[in-house]
Ligand binder design. Sequence first.
Ligand code: ASP
Ligand code: MG
Length: 423
Amino acid sequence: MIKVFKFGGASVKDSTAVRNMARIVGSYARHPLVVVVSAMGKTTNAIERIHAARFNGESYEEEFNEVAQYHRQLTDELFGDNPTGRLALEAQLNAFLHALSQPCSPHFDQEYDTLIGYGELLSTAIIAAFLQKEKIPSRWMDARELIVTDNRFRDARVNWEESALRMNSVKHALSENQLCVLQGFIGATLDGRSTSLGREGSDFTAAIMAYLLDATDVTIWKDVPGMLNADPKKFKDTVKLDRISFKEAIELAYYGASVIHPKTIKPLQNKGIPLHIKSFVDPDASGSVIQEGGENDQLVASYIVKDSQTLFSISTRDFSFIVEDNLKEIFGTLSELGIRVHLMENSAISFSIVFDTDKHKQQLLIEQLQANYSVKFNEELTLLTIRHGNEESIKKLKNPGQTLIEQRTRHTMRMVMKPQKAQ
Ligand code: ASP
Ligand code: MG
């Protein structure tokens, strides 16, 4: 009957948030509980800057001190005179300083992974100690000893067999009615080098733990009431999707819905483990659930917006048709450059693709293709996907701008648009 909870950076961003989180955890403490926690607030971004500065031989001390200060203040607010929080925090800060003091190798991604997990290590050190102080028996665990990965730094793949073998310590703690607190987003190779699972990867960690422990369910606690049909920062009148299928959640994540990390669903779907998305502001509200069964998938139209898109139109120089051999060559180049295509369309003599704007890669793409193709491109576009929509759904869009490409299938409409300039 194990449950897995995940708390993201916003849910632990200050001492009030941590107290709230502890209350939620405490109210479920009768269950065997694994709690996955992200770095506090925007700490991961700060550590990315520390890493970049260190890598370039620039000074990073000030940024480090800010990170340390932020955590110290939060800890003091939570613990008052009780020294346990500060002790746990200072131990991790020292480990972080030690990692920073090591000679920096020329491997950018590997160096990144030796540092980036400290956001999660600091946050979990404070939180595990705080839960203890609040008389919620808890054990701090090191995700680098639990989640084994390959050595693709910054985008590591899970070694499921080896990780499964590491679950005994978790099961043991749970059997002693201890709640397990561990870091999201990080793991380590078999030989002990730190790795990370990609930005926002803590959701995925929760899914990995649920899969390995055969949990009954996973809950991601967020600052929104559940899975919404659009980003409330971009749309008014959003609607909550009460229940959708795993398959629909994968589709939405594919088109760019950003509530959950896209890799999260697969392990849960494989074992039929439901994923709840609930509000940490209103923990008793029902939230959303993603599980087997697609009866409700089409009830509400969802809107997914990807900004900063580039449209490339690639035509043969001699006006010959674009045929399979051309596509093979073009896709070979895209794959080499690591360009992820979000939408494509072809006509007799041209082939169009849409991907995240990246000036550097665009330049390389043009260089590689220009011998045989002429290339035109358009930047700063928006790719809008509407799932389960109709004509009415399009009319609801305010200020839609000029549509450059439109594609429709039974359940999905996609439009590449040039946004109207603000007046
Ligand atoms: N702290 C990491 C990030 O900000 C992982 C996560 O929050 O899921 O990307
Ligand atoms: Mg985060």
